[in-house]
Design a protein around this ligand. Structure first.
Ligand code: DGY
Length: 499
């Protein structure tokens, strides 16, 4: 643990308080079948529903300021689980129509549980990791046990879905069927996949719908958002899958988009560890062994994706019987750290790439696409900017190797302070300019051009998580004091309409 913080304790505590206020502002309640659920939306500016991996990560920050809110968050996340075990990437808030695509575009009604509207695809399975973190950081043991007993069965069922439908070959790596499943929507790593989809072949009504109804490029800044052709592809796939009645076996085999995703698979390996540890502790050795063996299998498979020529782990295009490596220089290559999948031989090579200022280690790392890559774009969604949530996952990954290699520890410590500092200096945006840390800039007409959306839940939760876990106990001699409530306070919950 480093001795000298680059920021005063007072500033850290004040920013934590601001993060808390954003998370409270971004919570809302919804009622299904007479049951009330509380959840955090990613941003009140645009994403006014519940996103799967956002939510699971947000709970990991929430537990440090309001454990009840963290329990509620994950309870709400599993509420819409499908009978086949899938937990969708978006669980829609009723009567909220400003986000595109709206719930009805997915044509998934027949799969909804309790009338809870969802998308038809999933997201990186951070859930089990979130459950473990929330459980272990709850001071009220009884409440934590009740929470765990409620969450474990749904989490296991989600993992069983992923194994059955997304790893039908039983090789350890999971297949995604849409780039939204990877969470990195328009990352260059998906360009080769979308190149299979001829724009002319996407039905006219789908393209017209995008032209007429897409709004993210108006609410947000069009030059920062995915391009129009990306949206034709995104919506073209949704239309295709709905026509195939969300038959995942068929989709995985026949879709023009099917990829073995190293980012999602790394989170899967890490999540299976969490699940196995929790089950073992609860005396369920049989299931613990099952999820542990899945984790081990995926770790080996991830290590085997290492490409010596490109010095990175690679995704694989497995659509329509293809089997092609995808060699794009993006942050996905660092996620195997979090899974503990990196071999002794790969570790120094991977850290060389991570710490290279010509690639990922900019002044405000970690750039989501290497800055010297021809596909790098400084402010366009997943094609360049820095995302605090990815930094958090990379920090956790590096920390796994801190005893093995002092450089891993040094990079992790630096990344913690750079991430906290970026948020302190520039507020809670969705993502940041990797060269100067700005989360927004002013356009010619002085309108703010926010990087993604402002007052973002992820960035708030990541700040709280990193501060509480790694920097809270560092003592500083300083005169300025801030008044922070010592006890977690309950949030005031409102429906979306009341906000
Ligand atoms: C969006 O709409 O930008 C989301 O990332 C899709 O999940």
């Amino acid at each position: 643990m480093q001795e000298n913080l680059p920021y005063t304790k007072a500033l850290l505590e004040t920013t934590k308080q601001n993060a808390r206020e954003i998370l409270e502002k971004n919570t809302c309640t919804v009622v299904y079948n007479g049951k009330t659920y509380r959840r955090t939306v990613p941003s009140m500016e645009y994403y006014k529903h519940q996103w799967n991996w956002d939510s699971a990560t947000v709970a990991m920050g929430l537990v440090h300021i309001n454990p009840q809110a963290a329990y509620d968050e994950l309870r709400a996340l599993i509420a819409g689980q499908w009978d086949n075990g899938m937990i969708a990437h978006v669980t829609y808030n009723p009567d909220e129509n400003s986000y595109y695509p709206q719930a009805e575009k997915w044509r998934t009604d027949q799969f909804h549980h309790n009338g809870i509207k969802t998308s038809g695809i999933t997201n990186p399975p951070v859930l089990a990791i979130g459950v473990e973190h929330v459980y272990r950081n709850s001071s009220n043991k009884e409440a934590a046990d009740t929470f765990l007993a409620e969450l474990l069965p749904a989490t296991m069922k989600f993992h069983d879905y992923l194994k059955t439908f997304r790893d039908p070959e039983d090789q350890g790596l999971l297949t995604i069927i849409h780039s939204w499943e990877s969470g990195t929507d328009n990352s260059p790593r998906w360009d080769p996949l979308y190149a299979h989809m001829n724009l002319e072949d996407i039905p006219e009504n789908v393209k017209e719908d995008v032209n007429k109804n897409r709004v993210d490029d108006q609410v947000g800044n069009a030059s920062h958002r995915p391009k129009r052709e990306n949206y034709y592809h995104f919506m073209g796939l949704i239309d295709l899958y709905a026509n195939w009645n969300w038959d995942y076996k068929k989709i995985v085999k026949e879709s023009p988009f099917a990829a073995k995703d190293i980012l999602l698979s790394a989170i899967w390996a890490r999540a299976n560890e969490s699940l196995a540890d929790l089950l073992e502790e609860k005396g369920d050795a049989e299931n613990a062994n099952k999820y542990r063996s899945w984790s081990d299998q995926t770790k080996k498979a991830l290590a085997n994706t290492w490409d010596e020529e490109y010095q990175q782990y690679v995704d694989r295009d497995v659509s329509q019987s293809r089997n092609e490596p995808i060699k794009e220089a993006t942050i996905a290559m660092f996620l195997p750290l979090w899974a503990g999948a990196v071999t002794d031989e790969q570790l120094p090579k991977l850290m060389d790439r991570l710490s290279n200022p010509e690639e990922f280690w900019t002044d405000y790392p970690v750039a989501s696409t290497a800055i010297n890559d021809p596909k790098f774009e400084i402010s366009r969604y997943w094609r360049g900017p820095t995302w605090p949530v990815i930094n958090m996952f990379i920090v956790e990954g590096l920390m796994r190797y801190k005893d093995k290699d002092p450089r891993a520890k040094k990079l992790a410590e630096e990344l913690i302070d750079k991430t906290l500092g970026m948020i302190i200096e520039h507020d809670f945006y969705e993502y940041y300019d990797p060269t100067n840390g700005h989360g927004a800039k002013f356009g010619q007409n002085t309108e703010t051009q926010s990087f993604g959306f402002a007052d973002f839940s992820w960035s708030s939760a990541v700040f709280i998580y990193l501060y509480e876990k790694y920097r809270k106990d560092i003592h500083q001699h300083e005169s300025s004091q801030v008044n922070i409530p010592q006890q977690p306070q309950a949030f005031e919950y409102k429906t979306l309409e009341e906000k």
